[in-house]
Design a protein. Structure first.
Length: 435
């Protein structure tokens, strides 16, 4: 009798487990949707009939589908050919793949058609919508994860001259963005990679910034590598916790940067409470084309274990009239530890193609200690494996004659600290001779 009761109990437990598993699987079965402009309009009208109008319909419709996908545990959203006008941010939850079919155009607009509802400047934010209005609701690498933006054919994200960001990727993990053409940059970034890890951006094109803003916003990168730090005044989105989480494992490959202010980089650095540098780590910039840029191709600032290889840099800094020494180079910056720069081709760079020196934040974060340059002799010798064609010299003629120039020790500019490489002769100078 006792054994029969045990058997009945075990069967009952097993049945409850199977039922629970089935319910769980139904609750988290991923949802797949395909949308068109007309389908989004119908969705927006269905859920917000009184709010609906021609300006906000795409924003409302897309967020509705993505909220559904969040509830079902993710899935694939396929966006068919058409022009989608975006007034306010589209929020992306975890485990979502967005496929943009050939002929898709996302265009940023700032007109909502409603006096009591203002447009926002970001097009996409990789954050669940239910957390977007909660202060500091997402930190470390605990935000949206496992997201793919995949373009099939010609797909354009047009910022339309709006001073905003096309994609904000903050506190994220496992993000891939590919095949998209970005245009209409004006005083900000196309992609903000902030406090995220395992980010792969490839086969995209980043087109020219608004000409009238190049001088004013010369430090703005097409792809910004950053961290949220209240002191530096970086990313200030409500949901982003200012916890100084650095970026890790970011790969930028097979892209074209044409006519932007800068290509890839950081323009602020951070330190912890003890004054120690916080480094972005394992940044790989490979096989990209940087051309016709106003300031620098790549700006390295507090990066560790960096690889910059097999890129081409052409016509960099030749229209820039600023006189600061770190501008108008293919690769520039400071605060670096462990760097590999090989296999790159530099052509028509206004100043020395590669230039590193001591850096200090301008404005917010200027109270942080200056950051130095740490490059080993082995890393220096590897830099001989680059090619320079018709490039300029340092802004100071006393330091002319080196395609690669950096300053070690305390990293201030002096002959004693200087390391110069002449790629034509293959010579390296540790300590620069007088001219």
């Amino acid at each position: 009798m006792k054994n029969k009761n045990i058997v009945k109990y075990l069967l009952m437990v097993a049945a409850v487990f199977v039922i629970s598993l089935a319910v769980s699987n139904r609750a988290y079965a991923k949802a797949n949707y395909t949308v068109t402009p007309s389908k989004l309009a119908a969705e927006a009208k269905r859920i917000h009939k009184t709010f609906y109008n021609e300006y906000v319909k795409d924003y409302v419709g897309l967020n509705s589908y993505l909220e559904r996908m969040q509830k079902s545990g993710g899935g694939t959203l396929t966006i068919k050919k058409g022009t989608y006008r975006i007034t306010n941010s589209i929020y992306v939850p975890s485990n979502v793949t967005i496929v943009f079919e050939d002929g898709v155009v996302f265009k940023k607009i700032m007109t909502t058609g409603k006096s009591d509802f203002k447009a926002t400047t970001a097009m996409w934010q990789l954050c669940p919508r239910d957390k977007s209005k909660k202060s500091s609701s997402v930190g470390k690498y605990n935000g949206t994860k496992n997201v793919v933006f995949q373009a099939e054919g010609k797909v354009t994200f047009d910022m339309n001259g709006v001073t905003g960001v096309a994609i904000i990727a903050a506190h994220n993990k496992n993000i891939e963005i590919s095949g998209i053409t970005f245009k209409g940059m004006n005083g900000n970034h196309y992609i903000e990679v902030n406090g995220s890890k395992k980010v792969y951006i490839h086969d995209c094109t980043f087109n020219k910034a608004k000409k009238s803003t190049l001088n004013k916003y010369y430090m703005k990168e097409a792809i910004n590598i950053d961290l949220a730090d209240k002191t530096t005044g970086g990313l200030s989105a409500t949901w982003v916790k200012q916890d100084k989480t650095p970026c890790k494992n970011v790969k930028i490959e097979n892209n074209v940067f044409n006519g932007t202010n800068r290509g890839v980089g950081s323009h602020k650095y951070s330190q912890n409470r003890k004054g120690k540098n916080i480094y972005h780590q394992k940044i790989v910039i490979k096989n990209n084309v940087f051309k016709n840029l106003y300031d620098n191709g790549v700006f390295v600032l507090n990066w560790k274990n960096t690889i910059i290889t097999d890129n081409t840099f052409t016509n960099i800094g030749n229209t820039n009239t600023k006189t600061y020494s770190s501008g108008c180079h293919a690769i520039s910056g400071g605060g670096l530890v462990k760097i590999t720069i090989t296999g790159n081709v530099f052509q028509k760079i206004a100043r020395s193609p590669v230039y590193f020196i001591q850096q200090r934040n301008v404005g917010g974060g200027s109270q942080y200690s200056k950051v130095r340059v740490q490059i080993t002799e082995k890393e220096t010798e590897a830099m001989l494996e680059n090619t320079a064609i018709d490039c300029g010299d340092d802004i100071n003629p006393n330091y002319a004659g080196y395609e690669i120039l950096y300053f070690r020790n305390n990293s201030t500019k002096s002959r004693e600290n200087g390391v110069g490489i002449n790629l034509g002769t293959g010579r390296i100078y540790y300590g620069l001779p007088k001219k």
